[in-house]
Design a protein around this ligand. Structure first.
Ligand code: SAH
Ligand code: SF4
Length: 348
């Protein structure tokens, strides 16, 4: 496979240039065309000699993906379905808010972890994404919309911490000030709670936001909803989160999807507030985005409010996520799944 440029550090581009007998200082120019100017064609890079541009065009890939489908909701939320070079597909979402813009990226094709409420889980894990394929979701969308991303959230398809090395490399590239320049505080990693990887991230001390998908405050319900809880139950997960808070000095976000009749009772809320009381934490309540094959519904607005109030009354900061982009199937994995079903239907 030809090298994917968006996943190479400046030092790696220097190495490539020097193996071609080209001056190393060109790496900085190439890097800026890729990550600062979001170039989509070697023709644009007029400060590079023509021969060098031709060699890059012949021997490397400027983009590791191409768009298959784009759907915009009335609030500006825009969902992209991308095709990778091996034909696999992944989704990303652009979420505008005033002059900020967030890209939600995927880190794997599918996911191995099998959470019961998640559309991505239905296809199992196909493969990990390369760093370039993660970075290119941000580059493509920013180029397409002519808008810089101010924030990146790792909340698309897949478990970012199960693809630690490529995710870590993508983080470094996205953060690089001479490129996309996304500040650590503007990056969120969402994890289903892989304890060793949370500790590894804590040891690095990057001041990004860690979001942990909790979804239940007792092991029985959590194991049923999220089988990974069998490996990393709450009594191991919570101490790892505390360690992250201590090392990084930032509060952790707990995500909690509210599913009608499953995890949304007042006693569930009380159990949650006991579990995390005293922690530097924030709870993000997310009404379930219903997946047709699964059949569960979101909790009613009244139940959502009541759940939030129990947490507030115990002094726990809580936000109730606004549902955005439902009309464009913005829940993780939904658009890809529909496309796959359509393609299968045509083939049958
Ligand atoms: N694998 C990581 C990140 C990707 S999922 C994780 O699980 O955290 C991002 C978030 O979307 C998680 O909090 C996940 O629980 C949530 N999610 C998955 N399916 C959902 C659905 N149908 N409705 C609402 N949120 C969902
Ligand atoms: Fe994987 Fe996250 Fe979906 Fe669970 S919720 S199956 S961890 S992508």
């Amino acid at each position: 496979m030809r090298p994917l440029l968006a996943g190479m550090t400046q030092a790696e581009i220097e190495e490539l240039l020097s193996s071609w007998g080209e001056p190393r200082y060109r790496a900085r120019q190439v890097w800026e065309w890729i990550h600062r100017h979001l170039a989509s064609d070697w023709e644009e890079m007029t400060n590079l000699p023509r021969q060098l541009r031709e060699r890059f065009a012949a021997e490397t890939e400027l983009y590791s993906l191409a768009v298959v489908e784009r759907r915009a909701a009335s609030d500006g939320t825009t969902k992209y379905l991308f095709r990778l070079q091996d034909g696999e597909t992944v989704e990303s979402v652009w979420i505008p808010a005033g002059n900020r813009g967030t890209v939600c990226v995927s880190t794997q094709v599918g996911c191995a972890l099998g959470c019961r409420f998640c559309a991505t889980a239905l296809s199992g894990l196909r493969r990990n994404l390369r760093a370039a394929e993660i970075v290119d979701q941000v580059r493509w969308i920013s180029h397409d919309l002519r808008r810089r991303a101010s924030n990146v959230v790792f909340m698309g398809m897949g478990e970012p911490l199960a693809n630690f090395v490529e995710t870590r490399k993508a983080l470094a590239i996205l953060h690089e000030p001479t490129g996309l320049n996304i500040g650590w505080r503007h990056i969120t990693i969402s994890t289903s709670g892989l304890v060793p990887a949370i500790r590894r991230l804590a040891a690095e001390g990057l001041p990004l936001t860690l979001a942990v998908s909790l979804h239940a405050a007792d092991n029985k319900t959590r194991t049923w909803l999220m089988p990974i809880n069998r490996h990393y139950p709450l009594e191991e997960l919570l101490p790892a989160c505390r360690e992250w808070v201590e090392r990084v000095g930032r509060r952790v976000t707990f995500e909690y999807v509210l599913i009608d009749g499953v995890n949304d009772s007042i006693s569930d809320a009380r159990r949650l507030s006991r579990l995390i009381s005293g922690m530097l934490a924030h709870v993000n309540l997310i009404p379930l985005n219903p997946i047709p094959e699964i059949g569960w519904r979101a909790s009613s607005p009244a139940k959502q409010q009541a759940f939030a109030r129990v947490l507030e009354d115990s002094g726990i900061p809580v936000t109730l996520r606004q549902e955005r982009g439902a009309e464009i199937e913005a829940a993780c994995g939904q658009l890809r799944r529909r496309r796959l079903l359509e393609v299968t239907a045509v083939e049958v």
